[in-house]
Design a protein around this ligand. Structure first.
Ligand code: IVH
Length: 691
């Protein structure tokens, strides 16, 4: 238990080690320090030292253990490191079967649950402990004599898969925990492994960038990650674990095992677990419980992870025993399920959309269904492989899910509900817009229309050009681009600057006021900074960050015609893939012609800002932000970097100087830790750098 005095002592010890004064102190104190800082970081979310300082301590321990291999203990912080591949997950029996929970959906269900519990117990009012129902993959852990001895999946409830090496990759699961302080020799505990919303989004973004289909929800991501056979990869997924139930204890002499569930959660917290101690609430009587769960549902989206309800547990453990279980669920607990973010629907037809890069995306039209408060009637089904993997057929009944702020996904199709009338989805061989033959490189999952004159690509390209993050021509919008294109008023990107206003004036919905507004917005866009122009061009793989790097490299955009692929790769954050597409773009005469046209019509291709920003506090330094910042918005922080002469990279690489870490930092942090030259700093450190 980390009391304030102990924390002070450990912090003092930390400084001593970091100052090199204790380089030869007893190695177990160094391990204790590392365990303490892991706990502060991963369990309490409140680190006391920087990542760099943690790494310094960790390296000292690694070095010591290398020189004294006999000294390594099974719960040494170095023993999390994944070694090689797991062959198979052995089957193991849980000490106590992992039962499921009965569900409730409204106040009446809860009143019912409470009435039965009161009848069985003979009490007038019952004390409950209410906690979140974590939406992840359930696990069971065994600790023997304070050491983690086994981690397993739920399996069928009786028998699960042993996944101990993967469990050790979860930093919020301690390798040892002082259950002995409570007189406990052996304990089996239950919990849920989660992927935070931020990590899930980053993980899905990375999949999609590779042209791979995203996962439907963080629960599937967590469950899948636990069964990966490459342990090191499990570590990279940044999983978290909440432990919420003690299912078995065996005690030695003088046991002092808690007598309520809430005290159990306190105990788990005290010995080093991320239990829902802070999220739980002890309430007397079911009315208070009903009020609380309804209130908590409103905060669901503010949490960094997904929950699908609350669990209401009788707090007194003796009373729990008295109430007992059915064969399926305990009578002392019930799950209160929040409004579903899943729904079933029917896959009616598939339409194919051609994007600005020519990528053909199948979009399923489905029977409209309410999912988490919005009506979903069409849903991307990504690519041909995805259709095959999910075994989708026209006419299928499908399960839809909308997790947090992620776009809706198909979870699965119900093959067992097929009638035989379902039809195979046939991917087109030709572009649905211009009818050119589609093409798919062997190593990609996406079919493309490669006709550069394909109307769909032109229109999508113009829509992107005028969009908010690009040239930001506010009142233009997608609908006007399509309308003007169909009427022949707008044929290409430069055409944005030579619209036939006399014709447009004659159209419905275009009064003098709206025309003046649109004209002004178009005029204003000519002065957009160069990085916006670059981004607006829609060069493949050039996002907003890369566009800024490119803009900072030149005084005039056409200077890129003199750059070789190798020279482009010298730029911070520009890898082989980006260099190739940028090189190709600036060596295509149609594109050069387009740029000259734009310039002729007044669009600024000069880099006005260049040189202005050099000499700032951050001059020449590269930055990347990860996690949620507390004081600044991410976009504002990035702008500050640029205003002070620094630049933003889009990923972690050896070219990065600073990684600024906010809350719930994900894989970028893990990656950065492996590159010694990157300085990992907090938001406050960053503000100090700015002066
Ligand atoms: S208690 C014997 N508490 O929900 C009772 N379960 O639908 C053990 N779950 O199988 C379960 N959060 O995987 C409990 N705070 C929580 C939970 C929780 C999520 C999961 C668990 C269980 C499932 C039942």
């Amino acid at each position: 238990m980390y009391t304030p005095d102990l924390v002070k002592k450990l912090q003092h010890e930390t400084s001593q080690w970091l100052a090199g004064k204790k380089m030869h102190g007893p190695v177990e104190t160094l391990r204790d320090l590392l365990r303490f800082h892991e706990y502060r970081y991963y369990v309490q979310n409140d680190p006391l030292i920087s990542d760099f300082e943690y790494d310094t301590l960790y390296k000292q321990l690694e070095q010591y253990e290398k020189e004294h291999p006999g000294s390594v203990t099974p719960d040494s912080p170095t023993q999390r490191v994944g070694k090689g591949l797991i062959k198979d997950f052995p089957k193991v029996q849980h000490l106590v079967p992992m039962l499921s929970l009965d569900n409730s959906y409204n106040a009446d269900d809860l009143l019912d649950f409470d009435r039965k519990a009161r009848e069985l117990s003979g009490l007038d009012s019952i004390e409950y402990c209410v906690e979140p129902k974590f939406d992840g993959a359930s696990i069971s852990l065994i600790y023997e004599h304070d050491l983690l001895s086994r981690g397993a999946t739920r399996g069928d409830g009786e028998i699960g898969d042993e996944i101990t090496p993967n469990i050790k990759q979860i930093r919020s699961v301690p390798l040892s925990a002082k259950f002995s302080d409570y007189g406990i020799d052996q304990v089996e505990i239950r919990g849920e492994v989660l992927m935070t919303k931020n990590n899930f989004k980053a993980y899905n973004d990375a999949l999609m960038e590779e042209g791979l289909p995203p996962l439907a929800n963080p629960r599937n991501a967590a469950a899948g990650s636990l069964r990966i056979k490459d342990t090191a990869e499990v570590g990279r997924r940044n999983l978290e674990a909440f432990l919420y139930h003690v299912s078995y204890v065996s005690t030695g002499k003088k046991p002092s095992v808690p007598e309520t569930h809430s005290a159990m959660l306190e105990m788990l917290w005290n010995v080093g677990f991320r239990s829902p101690k802070k999220e739980m609430k002890v309430l007397k009587g079911i009315d208070a419980v009903i009020g609380h769960v309804q209130e908590f549902e409103k905060q669901r989206d503010d949490l960094g992870y997904e929950i699908d309800g609350m669990v209401i547990k009788v707090n007194d453990l003796k009373l729990q025993d008295k109430l007992g279980m059915t064969s399926h669920h305990p009578r002392w607990a019930v799950a209160f399920k929040f409004k579903a973010r899943q729904g079933t629907s029917k896959l009616l037809s598939v339409e194919y959309q051609v994007g600005r890069t020519g990528a053909v995306t199948p979009v399923a039209k489905i029977e409209p269904v309410q999912v988490g408060g919005v009506t979903v009637s069409s849903i991307s089904i990504h690519n041909e492989d995805y259709i095959r993997e999910k075994d989708l057929k026209l006419g299928d009944t499908i399960l839809i899910e909308r997790s947090g702020d992620v776009i809706p996904q198909i979870v699965k199709s119900f093959a067992e509900l097929r009638t035989g009338a379902e039809k195979k989805i046939k991917f087109p061989t030709h572009c649905p817009v211009c009818d050119s033959e589609l093409y798919k490189p062997a190593d990609e999952a996406v079919w493309r229309c490669v006709n550069i004159n394909c109307p769909a690509q032109i229109v999508e390209g113009i829509i992107h050009f005028v969009s908010k993050d690009a040239m930001d021509i506010r009142s233009f919008g997608e609908a006007n681009v399509r309308r003007f294109y169909e009427l022949g008023f707008l044929k290409d990107i430069p055409g944005v600057y030579t619209l036939p206003w006399d014709e447009i004036r004659k159209m419905d919905g275009f009064g003098e006021k709206s025309i003046a507004k649109l004209q002004q917005a178009i005029e204003d866009s000519k002065k957009q900074p160069l990085h916006r122009v670059i981004y607006a061009l829609g060069i493949r793989y050039v996002g907003e960050t890369t566009a800024k790097t490119l803009a900072n490299a030149v005084e005039h955009l056409l200077q890129f015609t003199d750059y070789s692929e190798e020279q482009l790769q010298q730029l911070e954050d520009v890898g082989v893939k980006v260099a190739k597409t940028v090189y190709e773009f600036f060596h295509n005469k149609n594109n050069i012609q387009l740029l000259r046209e734009l310039e002729k019509r007044g669009v600024q291709l000069n880099n006005e800002k260049k040189n202005l920003a050099t000499g700032g506090n951050l001059s020449g330094q590269t930055f990347l932000f990860t996690g949620t910042l507390a004081k600044l918005k991410r976009s504002a922080a990035e702008e500050l970097v640029e205003q002070n002469g620094g630049s933003i990279l889009s990923g972690v690489s050896a070219k990065l100087n600073y990684l600024v870490v906010g809350e719930d930092a994900g894989s970028k942090l893990e990656k950065a830790k492996k590159i010694a030259t990157i300085k990992i700093i907090t938001e406050d450190d960053f503000l100090k750098l700015l002066g």
